[in-house]
Design a protein around this ligand. Sequence first.
Ligand code: PLP
Length: 446
Amino acid sequence: MPSAHITFDQTGDKIAGRIRKMRPSAVRNLFAAAVRPDIISLSGGMPDVSLLPASAVRKATRAAVEDERAVALQYGGTDGRLETRQVVCGLMRDLGVRCKPDEVMLTTGAQSALDLIAKTFIDPGDIILAEGPTYLGALQAFSAYEPDVRCIPFDDEGMRMDLLEAELERIGKDNPRLKFCYVIPNFQNPGGVTMVPERRKRLLELSREYGFLVVEDDPYGRLRYDGGHMIPLKALDSRVIYLGTISKVFAPGLRTGWIVAPRDVLARINLAKQGTDLCGSSFDQIVVEHYFTDTPWEKTLQKFLDVYRERRDAMLGALDEFFPPEATWTHPDGGLFVWVTLPDYVDTGSMLGAALDAGVTYVPGDSFFPDGVTGRNCMRINFSYETPENIIEAVRRLAKVIEERLELYRIFIAAGAIKAPDGAEASEHSTSRANSDGFAPDGQPA
Ligand SMILES: Cc1ncc(COP(=O)(O)O)c(C=O)c1O
């Protein structure tokens, strides 16, 4: 007879309040389900590292294993290896940002940079501004330091500056509680939208007027499939704190990201980092340095772009073909994600079980808001990891699950058991796609 194991949590009352308040990451939990062979995962944000040429990986790794083994296996400086920081300066120059190695700190991925920034700037109750929805890993990193995160909706031109200004008016000028505005201007995660140049300029003007820092997180800037390069905020204002990473252009398994910031800011972050990890991985930094100096990485990047563009197109085509007319979604020019909005009576969190049964995963929209409630009718779907055939099949399966939910509501609405949502003639299939960009009229993802 099988025995039941019941574990009593004996440390519960010892756990710090800030950890007790933290919510587990929906994406982490979904990783467990995503390994089932019958499941097609649209939930992660994983690059397809199988596209990396073995020869390039071997070449970059050989430097760490053979030529520089003694350094690779030793502790390094807290700011990271100088030669790798020089390589980062070169990568930044390509984007239009001029910086010196002493304005660069290497971190254990951009994720650890987010944690270090939160540790350096946030006292409990401090106000942080961010797009809403925003990267859930940033919300997690910030939440450990107990800020008051205020989300500013975006539309298809990025964060809404009029709504930001209204929030700033409520907060007041030079409010000491207001610390920074966290933005992902290129192919936002999870929204897929890009901030247009006028809004970038306006954000910087407002930061000077109201006295807050700008944290620019840019993991996807080079993953552009259509249109031209966008000038980073950092190139327009040297006070911006810029976060970069190799995760989406090389390999997230080599945990290497960076912060580009003024020297006085980096000196403070350096203190925070000493307590976190003393230094990043010298081994990873050497591999990264050699990948970007000794291999044709730009050619490999082009391969990533061609493959992801095809997958994005497969996803957008399948959404058009299979999704019900009540659904709307964003049309990203780059990055890894599409943000889908369903009628507000659909709860994508409770729908996930049915989706798993149907063999597909996504991330429910409420994961991307600090209140864990907003965005319940939305979902993030990823197109970088699965083949076009799998993406099409996954969208077809998902559409069926959504359609079943909507059918139920249509019956309830037709019977008068529940009220049709304003403007949504759910029982008539009549919502137009032409004007549906995934946003309610006030710019709030519906
Ligand atoms: C917006 C954003 N910032 C930071 C990260 C973390 O990147 P890294 O792998 O460098 O830690 C991610 C990862 O998906 C991301 O989407």
